[in-house]
Design a protein around this ligand. Structure first.
Ligand code: KG4
Ligand code: ZN
Length: 346
């Protein structure tokens, strides 16, 4: 089956073409991502209408480039299914991809599936070369700029929310703390880069909700703790130099990772998960990848994280989510039935 994927939920315009023989035999034939990160950087976050305008400008070129790298000459003959992100995401941005996908499906008389961006992140794990067909149930830790969720997957169609953040997503907290430290956007990569040179024990920070009896998270208090720490340091005339920023980054990163890892392991044991899958933009964080792997292995649970290049938003994961959705016999594939759902849970 050859699937075309389209992603415009946030600040990446992306189109992919994948060839799927079975759930573990997936070939990526085309993968084009046009990032708007630089454009939004000056605003410190993604501006929805600006994102939509850029998607409109770029989507056709991204589409043409994906087709040509995949060697697709006859769209109608070669493409079996189109999948487009229909949520969650920014409304104006999502609409660009959906309209583009519907037009393609209508003119070429192709089946169209509205795919979940969240399931896409989860399925990015299937892109690992050595990925084994998983034994369900699986515990997913999905960490991005908009979400921090523990999702129990009992089969390819059954996803259940086990826990989530009560306030900021962990990626959002990385972005906000980066801004407090005067670093660039997005903040996650900047903080983890500085953290490598920092001492995580120099400025101890709290572990919010570590001992709460549920599997929920909270990260806004941690961001406020960094704000107060910076205020106190300034009052004491301590210079916020590169080393101080590195120590704060290391401490903040370790606090986030500690809570994420401990709660994921507890939830996995409680729900008898055979594997833990990490996904979402924050899954690019090397400390999180290494710590969760180590703790999962200690607990006798398999662990996987997506290949680095598929951790952030892309359309390969969307084509995959579309493919897995198509395995469900009840899945509607009529383009007229695809609607935007900006608040889709997963
Ligand atoms: O999944 P994604 O690309 O977009 C959303 O759907 O939100 O995730 C983007 C988020 C940003 O908040 C970014 O700061 C964070 O992922 N991120 C990281 C790292 N790389 C990206 N956070 C921590 N450490 C990283 N290395
Ligand atoms: Zn995402």
């Amino acid at each position: 089956m050859i699937v075309l994927g389209i992603e415009t939920s946030c600040d990446e315009t992306a189109v992919s073409i994948i060839e799927v023989k079975s759930p573990t035999e997936i070939k990526v034939r085309g993968n084009v991502v046009s990032s708007q990160v630089k454009l939004h950087a000056e605003f410190g976050g993604v501006v929805p209408n600006l994102a939509a305008r850029e998607h409109v400008k770029n989507i056709n070129a991204v589409f043409e480039s994906a087709l040509s790298t995949a060697g697709i000459r006859d769209f109608k003959k070669e493409i079996d299914l189109i999948a487009v992100t229909h949520g969650p995401g920014l409304g104006p941005a999502l609409l660009v991809g959906i309209t583009f996908a519907k037009t393609l499906a209508m003119t070429h008389e192709k089946p169209l599936i509205g795919a979940s961006h969240m399931k896409g992140h989860i399925f990015s794990n299937w892109l690992n070369e050595d990925f084994m067909e998983p034994q369900f149930p699986i515990m997913n830790l999905l960490v991005s700029g908009g979400h921090t969720e523990l999702i129990l997957m009992s089969n390819y169609e059954d996803f259940k929310l086990i826990g989530e953040t009560m306030d900021d997503a962990v990626g959002e907290a990385f972005d906000k703390v980066a801004r407090l430290l005067g670093l660039g956007y997005p903040g996650g990569p900047e903080i983890s880069r500085l953290a490598e040179k920092g001492d995580a024990k120099h400025f101890p920070l709290p572990r919010p909700m570590l001992h709460s009896k549920d599997f929920n998270f909270s990260f806004s208090g941690l961001k406020t703790a960094v704000l107060y720490l910076l205020r106190d340091l300034k009052e004491q005339n301590v210079e916020i130099d590169e080393q101080t920023k590195s120590d704060i980054s290391a401490s903040f990163q370790e606090a986030c990772v500690d809570v994420l890892v401990q709660k994921t392991i507890q939830a996995s044991i409680k729900h008898k998960a055979s594997a833990i899958l990490l996904s979402g933009g924050v899954s690019a964080n090397t400390l999180l990848r290494a710590s969760l792997k180590e703790s999962a292995e200690k607990a006798g649970i398999n662990f996987s994280c997506p290949p680095m290049k598929y951790t952030t938003d892309n359309a390969v994961m969307i084509a995959l989510a579309g493919y897995f959705a198509s395995l469900d016999k009840n899945q509607n594939t009529n383009w007229e039935m695809v609607d935007m759902d900006a608040n889709l849970s997963f």
